[in-house]
Design a protein around this ligand. Structure first.
Ligand SMILES: Cc1cc2nc3c(=O)[nH]c(=O)nc-3n(C[C@H](O)[C@H](O)[C@H](O)COP(=O)(O)OP(=O)(O)OC[C@H]3O[C@@H](n4cnc5c(N)ncnc54)[C@H](O)[C@@H]3O)c2cc1C
Ligand SMILES: Cc1cc2nc3c(=O)[nH]c(=O)nc-3n(C[C@H](O)[C@H](O)[C@H](O)COP(=O)(O)O)c2cc1C
Length: 610
């Protein structure tokens, strides 16, 4: 049965608003026939083997972890005895007695393994790395084709295991953000390969190239749902089944005169059955900006009523597809390729050569689909063809800024609204402006899911000291941590480093933080406002100024958390942490690196950076 949410005639909307919203809901919450990975019929199930199977994952925000657990469940159904753990737990594994080994890993930074896989990567590259000649393995890599080192971590593990003598029994699969189909296909090929382990002589050589299979992804997995926003009872909502939540508050956190627009958003999860823990993130599926859709329609010479397929292959209008189904800002490589061929543009053709990926990235900076349509007016597309050249619209993640103990039934976010100008056009981040400007309080359904993040958790021991470094929107999970520690009466000390541009305009949650300081929840608060003096001061400078205290807290067993910008801040803070340990702890650079590695292994150095 298709119980699509819809806006009833009695709702306080104009006809046009209602039509738009109903189309939006139909697009978002449509049925899909994709479910759990099917159990293959065959002898393996009945045989009920219990061969051990080691499944290890590297995951920053939980996607690879979830897939690894799903993989293990499926393996169990097929008679294997799987154990699942993060890659950094390698010390608890006796690899000499393992025979079947699967890695599921995402990629972070610039082609790096996630934090909970980094120690294993180092181990595999150290002089103590074991020979793995007896080991049969396969790798499932998760990544994002927008990054130049696509699935870099998965590729590295795959190669290194082979160098150490392990036998690849099934080719690696490299999954783009739409990982479902590729992962499913990889798993289907995996089972027969695993069953043959031990019968090596009968195996044919394994292809070295990964299986890259394009296919339907996230939005295809949306399942049908109930009625109006926030009114859907008894459903199991998750990443594949979005909950139409209700926005209940939208407050600007920056004072007038700030160069920034950061929002505090409150979302009701009432009657969703959804729960979360501090450290988790909320996934939000946005709709594109209607004004940009109009510009695209004009550039295409269309009125929007043309019939096309949406990203799930369902017939809809071009306008609706552009609003809710496709990514209409960053161009796909397919679109660029067709444009280069049809325009015969030498520069674009040259930039699309694989060796020029870095130049292409630079060229694409600040350029969107609309720019290419405007710059190549002679290149024309049918509406149906045009949508096939677009990528699927993807959900965005936001670190949760509230504790469910302090705000039952609600989830709070801290969102920096992305607006900038480039190539003479004003640009808008899809999801941040959707949340800040286009979702109406208590009206527009807001499709969300909870993304569990086991690798960003407060210590279970409430007496442990905690150091939090979160400039800008990096403050979000720390507001949640502090609320949580206050709610459970944790006695451990809490030290927060916060930074932004100007104290007068950009001290996010200033009053709440000062109240927490006065009330004793927050033990120390150090701030760095980069533009309040002639020289730039950032959180890493405050860490170094307080190196002695920082070191004492570390030696007292403090857990260190970093959240916010991955490109610069997280790297600078990491360097500052090493320097604190060197200077205040009297360590050599090598000893400091070992100390940091130990912190990571003990889960006392956790990062939520993006
Ligand atoms: C685990 C995790 C947690 C996160 N938590 C938060 C959070 O708590 N708060 C938060 O605000 N965000 C958070 N983010 C980031 C968030 O998911 C989105 O990426 C962010 O809101 C931008 O999305 P958007 O759709 O608005 O922008 P998009 O439409 O995705 O546009 C962003 C893109 O625009 C381009 N761009 C942006 N500025 C410029 C510029 N000046 N010049 C040229 N190009 C530019 C860049 O290509 C950039 O990638 C988190 C991300 C992750 C992965
Ligand atoms: C800050 C950041 C850096 C990333 N770097 C890469 C990268 O270099 N290569 C890549 O293929 N994917 C990259 N990704 C994409 C992630 O690997 C992808 O989203 C993955 O599904 C996340 O899985 P996880 O939740 O298990 O960590 C990056 C994502 C973020 C947010």
């Amino acid at each position: 049965m298709n119980n699509l949410p819809y806006i009833p005639g009695s709702a306080p909307f104009t006809l046009e608003q209602r039509a738009w919203l109903n189309g939006y809901l139909a697009g978002l919450f449509a049925d899909a026939n994709v479910g759990e990975i099917a159990t293959r019929p065959g002898s393996s199930l009945e045989e009920k083997k219990t061969e051990p199977l080691l499944v290890m994952y590297g995951s920053q925000t939980g996607t690879a972890e979830k897939l690894a657990k799903r993989l293990a469940k499926e393996a169990e159904k097929r008679g294997f005895a799987p154990r699942v753990m993060e890659l950094n737990a390698y010390a608890s594994v006796d690899f000499s007695s393992e025979h079947r080994f699967l890695i599921v890993t995402s990629t972070w930074g610039d082609g790096d393994p996630p934090d909970n896989a980094a120690a294993f990567w180092q181990h595999l590259n150290s002089h103590t790395a074991p020979r793995l000649d007896h080991l049969s393995y396969s790798v499932l890599a998760l990544g994002d084709k927008n990054y130049s080192d696509f699935c870099g971590a998965g590729k590295k593990f795959d190669e290194r295991l082979e160098q150490l003598g392990a036998r690849r029994i099934h080719p690696r699969a490299d999954c783009d953000v739409d990982y479902e189909t590729t992962a499913k296909q990889w798993m289907e090929g995996l089972w027969p390969a695993l069953e043959k382990v031990g019968q090596a002589s009968r195996l044919s050589p394994i292809a070295k190239e990964p299986a890259e299979i394009a296919g339907p992804g996230f939005s295809e997995l949306l399942l049908s749902t109930g009625s109006e926003p926030g009114q859907v009872p008894d459903a199991h909502y998750g990443r594949n089944h979005l909950f139409p939540a209700r926005l209940i508050a939208n407050r600007k956190l920056n004072a007038a005169g700030s160069a920034k627009d950061t929002r505090h958003l409150e979302i009701s999860l009432e009657r969703s059955g959804l729960s979360y823990e501090v450290g988790d993130a909320l996934g939000v599926m946005p709709a594109n900006c209607p004004a940009l859709v109009n510009d695209l329609l004009q550039a295409l010479g269309c009125d929007g009523e043309e019939a096309v397929s949406d990203a799930r292959g369902r017939e809809t209008s071009l306008r609706q597809a552009l609003l809710t189904s496709y990514q209409i800002t960053q161009p796909s490589t397919d679109l660029l390729r067709i444009l280069s061929e049809r325009s015969d543009d030498a520069e674009l053709k040259s930039l699309l050569a694989p060796a020029r990926r870095a130049d292409l990235d630079k060229f694409l900076d600040g350029r969107e689909v609309i720019d290419f349509l405007s710059n190549f007016p002679a290149v024309t597309f049918t509406p149906a063809e045009f949508v096939t050249l677009l990528s699927r619209l993807q959900p965005r993640l936001y670190s949760i800024a509230s504790s469910p103990k302090a705000h039952p039934g609600e989830v709070h976010l801290t969102v920096a609204v992305v607006r900038y100008e480039s190539h003479d056009r004003r640009r808008q981040g899809v999801c941040s402006t959707f949340l800040a400007e286009r979702v109406e309080i208590n009206r527009t359904p807001l499709p969300v899911f909870v993304q569990t993040s086991h690798s960003f958790r407060l210590p279970s021991d409430g007496d442990r000291p905690v150091i939090m470094i979160g400039p800008g929107t990096g403050i979000a999970p720390f507001r949640a941590f502090l609320e949580e520690r206050r709610a459970i009466g944790a006695n451990g000390r809490n030290w927060l480093f916060f930074g932004d541009q100007c104290q007068a305009h950009d001290f996010l949650y200033c009053e709440e933080l000062e109240a927490m300081l006065a009330g004793g929840t927050l033990t120390r608060l150090d701030t760095a406002f980069s533009r309040d003096q002639s020289e730039k001061i950032y959180v890493q400078h405050r860490m170094l100024e307080n190196a002695g205290g920082f070191w004492t807290w570390l030696e007292d067993g403090a857990h260190v958390y970093v959240c916010g910008d991955a490109k610069r801040m997280a790297k600078d803070v990491d360097a500052a942490l090493h320097e604190v340990i060197r200077k205040a702890g009297g360590k050599s650079p090598e000893q400091a690196a070992e100390y940091v590695q130990k912190l990571k292994t003990e889960k006392r150095y956790q990062r939520d950076v993006y």
